[in-house]
Design a protein around this ligand. Sequence first.
Ligand code: CP
Ligand code: NVA
Length: 301
Amino acid sequence: MKHLLKLLDLTGEDILGLLNLADQLKYELKHGIAHPLLQGKTLGMIFRKSSTRTRVSFETGIYQLGGHGMFLSSNDLQIGRGEPVEDTARVLSRYLDGIMIRTFDQSEVETLAEYGSVPVINGLTDFCHPCQVLADLMTIREHKGILAGLKMCYIGDGNNMANSLIVGGLKTGMKVSVACPASYAPDPRVLDFAAGFGDQLVLTENCLEAAAGADVIFTDVWASMGQEGEAEQRRALFRGYQVNRELLAAAAPECMVQHCLPAHRGEEITAEVFEAHAEEIFDEAENRLHAQKAVMATVMR
Ligand code: CP
Ligand code: NVA
């Protein structure tokens, strides 16, 4: 594995290998066992969008691995003034040992990897959020002991999270059901991929149908970063797509609830359900650290 650009590029084995390493790194951290796997290495972290979890977990993670993280806001880089990503990639590759990027277009991440000579890690694009879904799969496995055969349900916008959950879930043997309005379905590239898995993916507009017998239910914001201008319209359109008590009643007993955060209580999830599942949700947030350390240790070593 040279980069982490999207989960579509990984095999199920790659994903499980990363989860195993993440579990090991988490164990070592909790038991005071140092793991300086990236001693002296520098990770540049380019952000074109806001972040709490991704920024802090990557910076802490590279430090715990013996390296150094450098926060690079696109507002302060020449890339924010129009310097081509092709040139930025070639310049940064002369200084850094790895680049994490959070941006809008997936093509920018792919170009960075194509023109640069160091590993590139996708910290979220409009298309996908692979680091988040590695942490999500890690959290499910921690709580349920297994992934293959479980049913994952996603409620809401067919956005970057939906895209990565479908790919990550199917590649690790899960059944995936997604409830979203027809005009906000997941990306066609993801649906094409899923077509090879037959009825392992169910796409519906009916939330209760999607949630029936689910072992884990995911949701995400109705308006993602960059869609703030459409927030009102989306609020009206997605109103029925909420994770609430009625929805959970349709799921399997002991169904987990996951949310990548930030959450909008009263919109995609009720405050009641959020608080009842807060431990799982904050385990999920914590696991960003461990999963991303596994990614960095794999691609930057
Ligand atoms: N879930 C997630 O990626 O959070 P941030 O936007 O805070 O990084
Ligand atoms: N879909 C959300 C995820 C945030 C972590 C967004 O892109 O804003």
